[in-house]
Design a protein around this ligand. Structure first.
Ligand code: PLP
Length: 236
């Protein structure tokens, strides 16, 4: 891997990235999968620009952020210097942030309701670009969580497919805290297979290996790379 050959002394973030990639490869091997079929989205929310720059130094170019405003402040200046850096928006998205989201994101992973689909469609017309889209499914049927309810997922996926075509790439989920996430990963995979969608964004620091065992193509890992966040709550 590129980042194992860098000349500067390894930072904590670099060491953490190396460790996460090694764990991903190990899980892929156990699952009989090609490690290169799994993308690491490094979740840098609440971490400063310097941490992102350290990760870039270590060869990481794909980042995840929950809040549009934070992403819009942090990333465009970095992308001036390193244009290949891309941002996935992974947090609940307000319709009034759709235009900024469409402007800065390579992928929006949290499409979860018709009003947001409308707003993203309008924003895409205005901006002349549309990021890749994932539909977030509330696999645990938790009332406080983002994500389309499981019972409405089939219909919502179909209407989004009609509307966004190939830009609808797949599904994302955040299983409930404190329970075995595997049934949720299986549910998401089954739903994606039913609809012929290729991307499965599932698995975070605590459970990305289990997600890889169940077919995750994208894992969203924050604290295992950047350390604990100073602001807690609101994030999932
Ligand atoms: C914060 C967050 C993550 C990363 O969580 P960690 O436990 O720090 O790895 C992944 N996905 C979403 C949607 C998040 O909000």
């Amino acid at each position: 891997m590129y980042f194992m050959n860098t000349v500067h002394s390894a930072s904590d973030i670099e060491k953490n990235l190396v460790a996460v990639y090694a764990r991903m490869a190990e899980a892929a091997k156990r699952a009989g999968r090609d490690p290169s079929s799994i993308t690491l989205v490094a979740v840098s929310k609440f971490h400063p620009r310097e941490s992102v720059l350290e990760a870039i130094q270590a060869g990481q170019y794909i980042f995840g952020e929950n809040r549009v405003q934070e992403a819009a402040a942090k990333f465009p200046p970095i992308q001036v210097v390193t244009p290949e850096v891309s941002v996935h928006l992974i947090g609940g998205l307000q319709t009034n942030k759709a235009r900024d989201a469409v402007r800065i994101a390579t992928m929006i992973e949290s499409l979860d309701r018709p009003a947001l689909a409308d707003a993203l469609d309008r924003a895409a017309q205005a901006e002349g670009r549309l990021p890749d889209l994932l539909i977030e499914v509330n696999t645990g049927s938790e009332p406080q969580k983002y994500g389309v309810p499981v019972g409405e997922a089939d219909g919502f996926i179909r209407t989004c497919r009609q509307r966004f075509g190939d830009k609808l790439r797949g599904l994302m989920c955040i299983p409930p805290v404190g329970i075995d996430p595997t049934p949720h990963f299986v549910m998401l995979r089954t739903l994606a297979q039913t609809h012929g969608l290729g991307i499965l964004s599932m698995g975070m620091s605590a459970d990305f290996e289990q997600a890889i065992m169940q077919g995750a193509t994208h894992v969203r890992v924050g604290s295992a790379i950047f350390g604990a966040r100073s602001v807690v709550g609101t994030c999932v």
